[in-house]
Each structure stands twice: as C-alpha cells, then as structure tokens.
Design a binder for this molecule. Sequence first.
Ligand code: ATP
Ligand code: MG
Length: 562
Amino acid sequence: MEEVGTGLLDRLDAMQRVAASAPGGPLLIVAGPGTGKTRTLTHRMAYLCAELGVFPERCLAITFTRRAAAELKERLEALLGDVAEDITVGTFHSLGLIVLKENAKAAGLGSGWRIADDQERIQAREQAGEDDAAYRKLLRQQDLVDLDDLISVPVELLRNDPALVEKYRRRWQWIFVDEYQDVDELQYELLRLLSPPDGNLCAIGDPDQAIYSFRGADVQYFLRFNADFVDARLVRLTRNYRSSAPILAAAVQAIAPSTLVSGRRLDPARLDPEAALVGRYPARSVADEADFVLRSIDELVGGLSHRSLDSGRVDSRNAPVGNLSFSDIAVLYRTDAQSGPIVDALSRAGVPVQKRSHNRLRDRAGVPEITRELRHPGASGPLAARLRSAAQLLAQRYATPTLDGDQLVPEDIWSAVELMMPLAERVGDDLAMFLQQLATGAEVDSLDPRAEAVNLLTLHAAKGLEFPVVFLVGCEDGLLPLRWPGSAPSEEEIAEERRLFFVGLTRAQDRLYVSHAAKRFRHGKEREQSPTPFLDVIDSGLFERLGEAAPTRPKDRQLRLL
Ligand code: ATP
Ligand code: MG
C-alpha cells in the first residue's frame, strides 16, 4: 500500500491533479488515449476516500469490461488498501444484477430466477416470432431474464418507484464511469436515474474512441453531458504518457479527418530521440504477413529457439530489441477470422498465444455444451474441477464425429475451458454466480496481462489496454474500414472504422508495426487487396518501410519451446 495522505496525488501531472481533486458535482474528463484517464480516475477515488472522508461504500465505479473492473479494483487496493473492498466496481451488467437481485420480487421474478442460456433464448424467440413483448413474457414465465433485461428491468423499476431511486442515490453518492463515450441509451437512462442532475457523477472518456455503435452505443450522450448535468465541470488532459512521439504523431494524423473533439490536442510526454518509426510491411499474401509477424517476434524476444519461458515479466518499456517478453507483444486485427493464419504461424513455431475477442463468452463454440454439463442436478464441488471433468467427457464425446452432424471438435471444448477456467477459479463452487458471470462476460475478461504469451486481440477487445509492441495487421481497404461486397459504408460507419484504427494505433508504447496483404481470401474467393486509405493521411516520413529487400528465413529451422 502506498503512503496515504499528502503524496497521493504526487504521481499525477498538474491537469490530472486538477481532475482528481475537483470538488463534487458533475465532472467530465475528456482526454485522448494514454493521457492517464484511468490512472486519474483511480487517484480521484482514492483521494476522495482517503483525504476528503468520502465513505468507500458510497462510491460506484463502472467500467466497460469485467477485466477493466478487476484492474481498477487492483489499482484501488494498491492505493487504499483493504478499504478499497467497500467500493462497488463493476460493469453496467453487474450493476443491473445488483439492482435486480435486490428487487427481484418487485420485478415479478421468482426466487429461482436466472439468466437464460442460449437454448432457452432461442426457444423463446422461436415461439414468440417477431413479437418482442411475447418473447419477454415467455422468459418471465420461466423466471428467466436476458442481457437486455439486466439493464431495462432495473430502469423500469426505478422509473416507477421514486423511493427506490432515493435509496440508490443515497447508497451511491459518488459515481464514476470510465469509457463513457460507449454508453448506450439504456445504460445512460440507468445513470440518469442513479445520479441526480447535480450529482457527483464523474464521466471519463474520449469521443474519438467511440467504437461500439454496432451494439447500440451512442457518442451523443458524451457530447451532451453538459446539457444533461447541471454546471458540469470539464477537464481536458492532453499529455500522452503511453506512446513514443512517432507513434503518437501517426495516430493524431490518422484520426484528424474524423475527430469529434474540437481543438483536440495530444502532446507526447515521451520525447526519446532514438524512438523507432512506425514499421510498415507490405505483405505479398496473408501467409507472408503471418510470417512477418513471426520473424519480427523472433527478433524482438532475442531468438525464439533460445528463449526461456521462465524469464518472468520485467518492466519492458523501452527494452531494446531482443529483450522483450511474449507478453509485451500484441497482434491486433479487425475481425476474429484474421487470427487464424497468425495463430497457425506462431503456434507452429512454439510461440505461446493468448487469443481473445470482444464477443460474449457464452457465444464461443463449446461454452453452451459445457454449461449444460455443469448444470446436471446433484453435481457439487469446486467448479474448476467440475469444469475439467465436463470437458474431458465432452472431448471424448466429440472425438468421434456423430451422424447428427455435430460441429464441435475437442479443440473447441478445450479452448472454451481455457477461457472459462479463470472465472471458475474465482467463483469457487458457486454455480449460479458462475453462470451469471459467464452470460454477461466477454472473452477479453479472462485476458491475463502477465501470462507469458503473445496477445492476439480484436481491435474492440484491445480498448483501454497498452503494450510495448503492437502489430496492427490487415490494414487493407475493405477490412479496415470493413466493407461487405456490394455495399458501401456510410460516412458515419467510415468514421467509426477510423476511430477503431485510431484505437489500434494508440495501444502501442514503443514499437508499432502496420501491415497489409496484397491478396486475401474473403467472402468466398481470393481477392486483390489495397492498403487502407486510412494510412494515406499519415506523413510518410513517420514510416519505416520494411521488407523491401525480402529477408530470408531458413525454412527448416526448428523452433521448439514447450
Ligand atoms: P485509454 O484512452 O487508452 O484508455 P488512458 O487515458 O486511460 O488511455 P492510462 O491507461 O490511464 O490512459 O495511462 C496510460 C499510460 O500512461 C499508463 O501506463 C500510465 O501509467 C501512464 N501515465 C499516466 N499518467 C502518468 C503520469 N502522470 N506520469 C507517468 N505516467 C503516466
Ligand atoms: Mg483508459
């Protein structure tokens, strides 16, 4: 635990300190990537509790993923010690769950209510046809709720019960929301009910990183914060501590055509004259691109064949090439499908990988099947052990293909188990909690930043994270911006894709590589690809073109690690 007291805000710069120590009332912190928004948020919370006597149990912090919530909690514990346990930290879904649990009866739910699994939802949808009201009624008759209900039912309850609103407003007098640019209508409604217009609501975010409109998020809520909350105080942070100057310059140029922040500024705090330029690799094919990533990783970690896995994680910022760990490296892509060739190339060379998307955990192949096994009546004991034996059973069952066309393969089962295991270990033997968290969680929640493995992430999943080395692969027109054959994306869609590109570039601390393949198999055939126009607005002087003189890689080299 750090020294509580005078030193608490010492690790912040002047503007961060202004934000962290601002008085109560609505507060909007608008700042670009890497400016310390999340850091400022934790310090503000710690400062309020440790210095101003705010009770931790009066604080509610909402983040976008459970992984982010866990990290926030960890950082709060480091600053405040045990006191941090009394702060409520979670996602919007977990907040909805709290309210629903405490008011299940009022919501017309029986004591055994739970979140519907896939099969139950599909069944209800089929029975109800197009009629969404009928669909919800069917669920409710079985004491089931779906993910939307987790927010909409609490909103309904609160709307109709001023006393309930008062109760929660008294409980959570200080509310903090990270990544506020990605709230959707219902989440926004919930916040408005929980926080009075002059309440202590602190919203933090960056409109230029709004990337979830496909799930209903709307950056307008961010942009009109001032109108919704009385006398809102605005603080801007402009110093970027994350990225080297060339990376930051490239990112700032990349977002310029679509920026939603008037007078956007992002100044590099890191001014290392030796900083590497952005590496740009024009690959001949997808296989060549994967090979480029592998070759570069080989170089970054100082030779795969010599690499010892027990080297442990050190602070690798600015580590020279050759001294990096696998965990320092992330490969980012627009669509999950792009990960295949990269996983193959890295795995063949024995490079451990950790692959996560932003999709819901329960949508992953194998996860329904496993949860059904776990629900067998009479089963008990630690979930981790039960998970393992369910997986063994299923892997055996799926090892021989059945006549009724089972699509699953044992590999699906094992990779699903790998994603579910950290959650199982956390919840002990509470099956209900496990299933709840599974239904609301995303794949990226189980990302272990310390795992000695290269991180393979969709751009959406990489939000909020940072890595010393980032490869942004597939920087091609039609892929980023994503486009389906025969359809033209709207201006708005292109702008969102550009923001996604910006999010990708700004995950990098020391080294950033962008690559594009000249040919790619997409939508049923091999297509000629051209680099994304998003690259065109970046000054060519910020790039180092790689691979002009094609380096050779001995094909027969044996890279065995595990
Ligand atoms: P994003 O928009 O990507 O979520 P962010 O604004 O939340 O970014 P943080 O993740 O909080 O940024 O901080 C980025 C990096 O900069 C972290 O490694 C953090 O520790 C570091 N950092 C932030 N503020 C300072 C500071 N005042 N001094 C030194 N390092 C800092
Ligand atoms: Mg952040």
